[in-house]
Design a protein around this ligand. Sequence first.
Ligand SMILES: *Cc1c(COP(=O)(O)O)cnc(C)c1O
Length: 422
Amino acid sequence: MVGYVSTSGSGPVSLEEAVLQSLPPDGGLYVPTRRLEFSWPPPDMVSTAEWAAPLLLPDLEPEVVGSVAADACNFPFPLIELDAGRFVLELFHGPTHAFKDVGARFMANLVSRMVTESGRSVTVLVATSGDTGGAVASAFLGQSGTRVVALFPQDGVSERQRRQMTTLGDNVEAVAVRGTFDDCQRLVKAAFVDEEISQSHGLTSANSINVARLLPQAIYFLDVTRHISEPAHFVVPSGNLGNLCAGLISANAGMPNAGFTAAFNRNHGIADFLRGDPFEAKPSVPTVSNAMDVGDPSNLERIRWLYGNDDDAVRHDVRGDWVSDEETVRTIAEVHARTGYVMDPHTAVAHAAAIRLDAAAFPTVTLATAHPGKFPEVVQRAIGAPVETPLAILEASERNEVMSMIRPNLEELRDLLDRRHL
Ligand SMILES: *Cc1c(COP(=O)(O)O)cnc(C)c1O
């Protein structure tokens, strides 16, 4: 057993405890007890998911974790070369058309195994700035022993993102919070540290604070090395830093790479930090790449831990950059005019940052985190033509919506959790 310790020092605990409890009682975040190591390169005979998952989560039977991962990654990750040496890695071919399907599906499958074996039930509480809620709701839908409560900022998600949470029913409840994503995230944290709420509902978090959401995201970074022989520089559209953290875990475990760029929208406190400033949490501001509207990213703590709390070592491996809404829209338009490729606003933030890099120095890989059809207003404005809508999203637009509404305080959340779900 490897076990998990808190970045603040407590532990170790088992994988099951780290996953179901989500947050250690000392206020840190769970990380693997020892540094992960890959024996490089990946073997040809098995899929990247089946090879990597047992190395990422060595606490479980390799066959079990391998099959959970293969099931979570049952859609392709196409790598497309837009210009010489400049690639886009499409991570949005899962059921909700966002990269978060990978971590959410892995976690849902794992949690459902854990609760079935122990006869427990859990409430999956999740704060979402856009795509997490839909991915988690879809992944847990119909899983026995689980109830999903997804909190989203009332005015902070697109209609399509909202419908991915409000139209499912069954064991999924969507909750509009009168506030920002940071308010939602604060509420979730408050519910977790409140022992009475947390214990009585068996609260589990499906945000990237949960190791079961975070670790499987390393799989698609590792998969790239099968397709590009030179070490690549990864450009990651970033919000809560879960995706970046998974990439850095892979790099620290031995994945060849030519560095990372964390790309942000106007919520760029981390870009400033990576350029040498002290980090300062700020209230989030709304942008066209709303899943990245995060003022106080939770995974910074894990990234610092990964580098022995040496901020300059983090800055050595990760460049920070940020892109305005105007440039995001312009990038969608320019890439489309030049190559015919249509990207969503989150991907465009990262791609704008990738274009600033010298592609002659190393291949760059922009992570494409959502399907452009999830953001039709922005994308159509940029390219001057309608954008193709994935079928699942069209279907959700025809179903009835059901949601609750609360103010961002713990009492209202407690009342909501206590109300028996139908
Ligand atoms: C969540 C999300 C991001 C940000 O990812 P983090 O892991 O929170 O940094 C970027 N793009 C899209 C489309 C997302 O849904």
